[in-house]
Design a protein around this ligand. Sequence first.
Ligand SMILES: [Zn+2]
Ligand SMILES: [Zn+2]
Length: 148
Amino acid sequence: MEGGCTCRHVRYRLNGRPMIVHACHCTWCQRETGTVHALNAMYEAERVEHLAAEPEIIVTPSASGKGQRIARCPICKVAVWSNYPGSGPAVRFVRVGTMDDPSQCPPDVHIFTSTKQPWVTLPRAHARSPSSTTSTRSGRKRPRNAGG
Ligand SMILES: [Zn+2]
Ligand SMILES: [Zn+2]
């Protein structure tokens, strides 16, 4: 699947399916997207291929204090993906809205739902998602046979 910025100076190709798709309802994502949540598809960096210009990397403050690196078109400044310090440069959080067909990447998990806007209603399947932590899949394994 391909995608890119609004002026089409930056174009990318995504190889394969994302590891996971996060809808992040944290207040930082609300501010940075100007809307109620970010929608990020996680890809290993080598599976995100730039087809035209390279994006410029803008270091942006983040909730952790370590900053996130946002890849933006050097002309129209639309953000196409970002790196977070937790996962480093190896993982790119591709902004689903920049894909040519965003319907291919519905969210697998909703995170930071404790700060979601009250009028946003989530599908029932996501009800067990963590309320204020990061991912369910990329984090620690759930303990098995706990107490046994
Ligand atoms: Zn552009
Ligand atoms: Zn967020």
